[in-house]
Design a protein around this ligand. Structure first.
Ligand code: N01
Length: 493
């Protein structure tokens, strides 16, 4: 950095980044591109990749097409297919880390457990699980929204005598062949691995609490001609990326933001028709029919899920789980199912930054500040927590757009804040409380009018119904919102 804000040494950092997933890597690469190399990334795993490192379940992949699910500054012309699988996405992220020489900035196997703002010096004291302490002038969280696997509180779970694991911590050592396997949950993760394990196991019992809307997946292999085209004429890649962006943006607007609109109704009717055509059994047809407006929960995409559910060794149980007794799952209507292995596809604890104790000005604990639900200015900054920036923070998830687009917007905004501090030799930046409140009031008014508020439960909101995860406008608007930091929004020390 030309004008370092803070002396950068092994333990005294100018910028500390938590996590080397998509967010952390994007931040690091763009810092380097801006000529800033005085940063360190703390990563709790032994490799980069974040969610794409943790989630390795069979069939794991992305619901966003590969050409769009990549950094705008690092296009990849040789994706093997339209919808990439986890190993290829991880490989891409590893490639980015290597190409931009980011690994030398990463301290692996280091979990951050606490961050405390020391106001006398305007620095963050950062504590690791092994008891080490670092200091940083600027702290950037790249922890994301979906990194804490959630195991539901089921009566008697502690008595379960078989093997159990969460989809995000897949036990590859365990062979499911010839077993009776139960899957709890039918969200985006389950729908990807159910068709694969259904072919391996003796019996598969799928416990569904809420039926999902399932769109067909326009997946296909990229031929050598497509690779040649993308490499020889990079503009074709760009055009396809733009087309994908527009299609996703259309879905953002018509499947989520605009409630009760004609496009949503037409898509629902088509999906109802398609599901009834594919599913032969009448009982299964009614079990799989969603009872809420499309877009209220995450819309899923698959071409093989419904086929898998109709295999002779697969049973879908729509009855709620009452309790577990040793190897038996007992449902509310007294069904009893003996199982060897129990797989939780029950999603994540989406309480943001819940795994880290973050203490800001006046000893305020972030978890206390957020007791009624997380909120942040542009999803990035929180008043009373100076020099702390969040990537993929509150109200920045989209449901149907590439999250990488949103993350790049946030990185751009953070860089503009850092440059502003640098230019004016400021060591302290705290977003004004009234600016933040005004911003979040608008977010909540808009979120209240979206389909997410149309009467379903989802990980997009808190128990009291406050929508804290999703961005309630078009993503073009988010791009404009985060284009440049405005000095008037901040208190400077
Ligand atoms: O988790 P989920 P996920 N008893 O929370 C059910 C992203 N993702 O891991 O709907 C019975 O969606 C719960 O039921 P209900 C993506 O953003 C992305 O599948 O709450 N069931 C639901 O069916 C996604 O949204 C990709 O009634 C219980 C399921 O468990 C997010 O990750 C790929 C239960 C949880 O679904 C999370 O997806 C995969 C209980 N006690 C995932 N508790 C990409 O392509 C929960 N459930 C980028």
């Amino acid at each position: 950095m030309n004008n370092p804000i803070f002396s950068n040494t092994e333990k005294n950092l100018e910028i500390a980044i938590i996590g080397s997933g998509i967010s952390g890597l994007c931040m690091a690469i763009n810092l380097k591109k801006a000529g800033i190399t005085t940063f360190k990334i703390f990563e709790k795993a032994d490799n980069v990749g974040g969610t794409w490192h943790d989630n390795t379940y069979p069939g794991c992949g992305c619901d966003t097409a590969s050409i769009l699910y990549s950094f705008s500054f690092e296009p990849k012309s040789d994706w093997t297919r339209n919808y990439p699988k986890q190993p290829e996405i991880l490989q891409y992220l590893e490639h980015c880390a290597d190409k931009y020489d980011i690994r030398k900035h990463i301290t692996f196997n280091t979990e951050i457990t606490g961050a405390f703002f020391e106001s006398e010096k305007n620095i963050w004291r950062i504590c690791t699980a092994s008891g080490e302490e670092y200091y940083a002038n600027i702290l950037v969280s790249g922890c994301g929204q979906l990194n804490q696997p959630k195991i539901p509180n089921i009566d008697g779970l502690e008595t379960f005598s078989g093997t159990q694991f969460h989809s995000a911590r897949w036990n590859h050592e365990h062979d499911l062949k010839d077993e009776t396997v139960a899957v709890i949950g039918t969200g985006a993760s389950a729908i990807q691995f159910i068709p694969i394990i259904a072919q391996q196991v003796k019996k598969l019992i799928v416990f569904q609490r809420t039926a999902a809307w399932v769109l067909p997946k326009l997946d296909f292999k990229f031929t050598s001609f497509i690779h040649w085209l993308g490499k020889t004429f990079p503009l074709t890649l760009r055009l396809y990326r733009w087309l994908l962006y527009l299609v996703h943006e259309f879905l953002v607007i018509y499947l989520t933001i605009k409630q009760n609109n004609i496009v949503g109704k037409m898509i629902s009717a088509l999906l109802d028709f398609q599901r009834d055509r594919v599913i032969k059994n009448e009982n299964l047809k009614s079990i799989l029919k969603p009872n809420y407006a499309i877009g209220c929960k995450r819309v899923l995409i698959s071409n093989d899920y419904y086929h898998a559910l109709q295999l002779p060794n697969v049973e879908v149980v729509a009855d709620g789980i009452k309790r577990i007794n040793q190897n038996q799952i007992i449902t509310k209507n007294s069904g009893e199912y003996s199982v060897d292995t129990l797989i939780f596809a029950t999603g994540f604890d989406t309480t943001l930054l819940s795994a880290i104790k973050i203490v800001g000005l006046n000893n305020q604990l972030l978890q206390d500040k957020w007791q009624d639900g997380a909120e942040a200015y542009k999803g990035i900054m929180i008043p009373g927590f100076p020099n702390l920036f969040m990537l993929y923070g509150p109200n920045t998830n989209t449901g149907t757009q590439s999250i990488i687009f949103m993350i790049e917007c946030q990185v751009n905004y953070i860089l503009s804040c850092i440059k502003m501090m640098q230019k004016n030799s400021q060591k302290y930046l705290d977003v004004k409380s009234d600016i933040n409140s005004e911003y979040n009031e608008k977010i909540q008014v808009a979120a209240g009018q979206t389909v997410w508020n149309s009467g379903c439960s989802s990980w997009y909101k808190t128990k009291t119904g406050k929508i804290v995860n999703n961005w309630p406008f078009s993503t073009v608007r988010y791009w404009l919102t985060t284009f440049q930091a405005n000095p008037k929004d901040f208190n400077f020390s």
